[in-house]
Design a protein around this ligand. Sequence first.
Ligand code: G
Ligand code: MN
Length: 237
Amino acid sequence: MKVARDFERALASLWVAFQPIVRASDGAEFGYEALVRTNEPAVPNPEALFAAAERLGRMQELGRRIRRLVFETASQHPGTFRLFINLHPFELLDDTLLADIERHPSLAPRIVLEVTERASLAKVSDLAARLRALRSVGCSIAIDDLGAGYSGLSSFIELMPDLVKLDMSLVRDAHKCLTKQHIIRSLTEMCKGMGLSVVAEGIESNEERDIVVSLGCNLLQGYRFGRPSPSFLPPSW
Ligand code: G
Ligand code: MN
């Protein structure tokens, strides 16, 4: 089967890029998001990779491979920065997730697990208990892609996140769009009221950086500060 062959080749050429997340208060690095990449042309992006894994029933195996690469690279690199790792909701059902993290006790409190708003959490049984177990070893939970226009705000209630990441569609040209400014300000105020940090994603220009900071976002990510790279490159403000 072609999908299986392509997926196998993609797994063999898997690597991870790291993109900096900076603090708005001083422009210093807060953390890095791990972003999976493959060198297999038939599987050109993470969406295609995860779609193939889902079709083949190999989602959890893929998650384990990615985690192993992330932990290997991070363990070799000294620092106290946070490590943001994307999770598909299905991966929350994988008991090796907690076991993998427990095997790296010094990394665990630096890990932020990003759960996307784009996929449903409905199939994750015992979600609250699973999140409690992950938090008990020090991990934080973030809602990813908030504002991309999928499940709405129910993920706040289901996940009780520590951080929220605003989707780049809200950030793009926000300095030119009053409606986006109102939405970002409201979401940021809501998050602050709940004690949550807000990461604005996909910032490409000084104008986008300045407007989201003035609207209250305290953490920033995007090509403006640094592209995803195989090593932990320092961000530029
Ligand atoms: O869904 P999630 O937010 O995890 O996806 C992040 C994706 O966005 C990555 O593939 C990353 O390469 C990409 N990305 C990161 N920063 C920027 C940016 O400033 N502009 C654009 N267009 N894409 C970005
Ligand atoms: Mn993400």
